[in-house]
Design a binder for this molecule. Structure first.
Ligand code: SAH
Ligand code: ZN
Ligand code: ZN
Ligand code: ZN
Ligand code: ZN
Length: 494
């Protein structure tokens, strides 16, 4: 398959120099080393910043690479990091859960503000918080419905699969014969597997790796690891790393696949580096022939990152399947017909094995040997099904490739582009979508919030809801990844 690898001029940007040995740590584990670049050249001093939070408000860790840090500041930092760990350990949360399920329905409460299951002795402390009562076993089995999705797009960007997409993924995995799923940032897929396994004869298991520590309330240490996929950090230390390794090693490493759906604003190079480490962990299994084989992976990400992903993983290819989300105004099946989701599956499995649902219009292209969307026409000249976004693309003889239907060939610029463009200007576009007029941080393709894109009609409705949920959501976000309760009257003595 000919992947269109358009080389875009790189705007002034931050370049990641990688997870550096000996890097200082913030509450999210080792920081990453960055440098400012302009026209691809390093400019200025290198510095460390938080790996997980791209918003300074979430974590303001910063240190120059060559900065001398005093003993006192190091000690203070260590103390700060310790204080910014969750108030309960995973073990404590597992014990709490055991006690919680013993309670009669009438005593099962979930504090919405603290995003926490409450034991009766704690009710008092949360008396002025909103809470849910009568938490059923079904609710406990679907924590992603109980917890607020953490939508702050710069850090968690928690966008949950629509049921249809989640079912499709799971059935695909089953049909491909996988028995173990390493779910990296896919809590809803994990939850679907877990609840199936508890209900029926079902021999697929899942291990969830996610930075959202709220999930430790619902899963044991064998089912969930608190993990940062931007620096491959296991918050639970060696024991948690070992859990992951064991999971990959089972059955000699056979029958396992990693499925990941990272925040789209995240640095591809940081993610790729962590995924390579997870893949290396698997490769270390005893199994013969692994040296040449890769651990099977589904990386779910928008199509406009195709060339970036292929840079790091040349064995991957992009599938046409459009992944839909529940709490995502842009990328979900709307009432008014389907909005096309730009989110795809990238995989190192043979494309012809990935069977896409015919009832949704996907068909098999015998030349390309893969399933393609209904609108994706096989181009005789490119000899490939060239559409990336599901619409029918058209071939441009001059550019010698297929282009978006809305583009036309500009003889001035000597390439295909939008009708509306400033001629002759080399378009230093957004690094994410390639369009001019904004930078990566403000890219509308990444903005998955409704307010930014929805017609005004819905805004009022949303605002009202916001006001109501406001406190809870803000607090929940704070607490999910590094929860140290600062709210008065909630101080823990443990
Ligand atoms: N569609 C998936 C959820 C994807 S949203 C599903 O329905 O299961 C992105 C997920 O990545 C969230 O669960 C979020 O908590 C997690 N995440 C965000 N930043 C992370 C990080 N630095 N390390 C690990 N997980 C992270
Ligand atoms: Zn941090
Ligand atoms: Zn073509
Ligand atoms: Zn052209
Ligand atoms: Zn953009």
């Amino acid at each position: 398959m000919a992947a269109a690898r358009t080389e875009r001029p790189q705007p002034a940007a931050l370049a990641l120099l990688g997870p550096a040995p000996g890097a200082p740590s913030c509450p999210h584990g080792p920081a990453l080393l960055f440098v400012k670049t302009s026209q691809g050249r390093e400019e200025g001093r290198r510095f460390y910043a938080c790996s997980a939070c791209r918003d300074r408000k979430d974590c303001n860790f910063f240190q120059w690479e060559d900065e001398k840090v005093s003993e006192a500041r190091l000690a203070a930092r260590e103390e700060y990091n310790r204080n910014h760990q969750p108030s309960f350990t995973h073990r404590q949360n597992v014990d709490r859960y055991k006690n919680f399920v013993l309670l009669p329905l009438s005593k099962r409460r979930f504090c919405q503000e603290c995003q926490q299951l409450l034991l009766p002795a704690e009710w008092e402390k949360h008396s002025d918080h909103q809470f849910l009562c009568n938490i059923t076993t079904t609710q406990l089995k679907s924590p992603s419905q109980l917890l607020y999705p953490l939508e702050n797009k710069k850090t968690n960007a928690q966008y949950l699969f629509a049921d249809r997409s989640c079912k499709f993924l799971l059935n695909l995995l089953i049909d491909l014969g996988f028995r173990r799923v390493l779910s990296v940032g896919t809590p809803r897929l994990h939850e679907m597997i877990q609840s199936k396994a508890s209900q029926e004869e079902f021999n697929v298991r899942s291990l969830l790796l996610d930075i959202d520590f709220r999930y430790s309330q619902f899963y044991t240490e064998d089912e969930f690891c608190h993990y940062n996929m931007f620096n491959h950090h296991f918050f639970g230390g060696e024991a948690a790393r070992e859990t992951c390794r064991k999971f990959l090693y089972e059955e000699n490493g056979e029958g396992v696949i990693m499925v990941t759906d990272p925040p789209f604003g995240g640095l591809v190079e940081a993610l790729a580096s962590s995924f390579k480490k997870l893949m290396a962990m698997w490769r270390e299994t005893e199994k013969e022939g692994h040296d040449t084989k890769e651990m099977p992976v589904f990386w779910i990400f928008p199509y406009f990152f195709e060339s970036r992903i292929l840079d790091f993983f040349p064995s991957f290819s992009m599938m046409d399947y459009q992944v839909d989300y529940d709490n995502h105004a842009l990328y979900k099946h709307g009432k008014t017909g389907r909005r096309q989701s730009p989110v795809r599956i990238f995989t190192n499995l043979t494309p012809s094995m990935i069977v896409l649902p015919e009832e949704e219009g996907y068909r098999f292209c015998t030349v390309c040997q893969r399933y393609v969307s209904s609108g994706n026409q096989h181009c005789e000249i490119c000899n490939s099904c060239t559409s990336k976004d599901g619409r029918r693309w058209k071939h441009c003889i001059l550019c010698k490739k297929c282009v978006k239907p809305s583009w036309f060939h500009c003889s001035n610029c000597n390439c295909c582009t939008l009708q509306k463009h400033s001629c002759g200007k080399s378009d230093v576009g957004c690094f994410v979508c390639g369009k001019a007029g904004h930078k990566r941080s403000a890219c509308p393709s990444l903005s998955r919030t409704r307010t930014a894109h929805q017609p005004d009609k819905k805004k009022g409705q949303k605002t009202r809801k916001r006001v109501k949920m406001g406190i809870c959501r803000r607090l929940a976000m704070k607490h999910a990844i590094l929860s140290k309760r600062k709210v008065k009257n909630k101080k823990k003595k443990t």
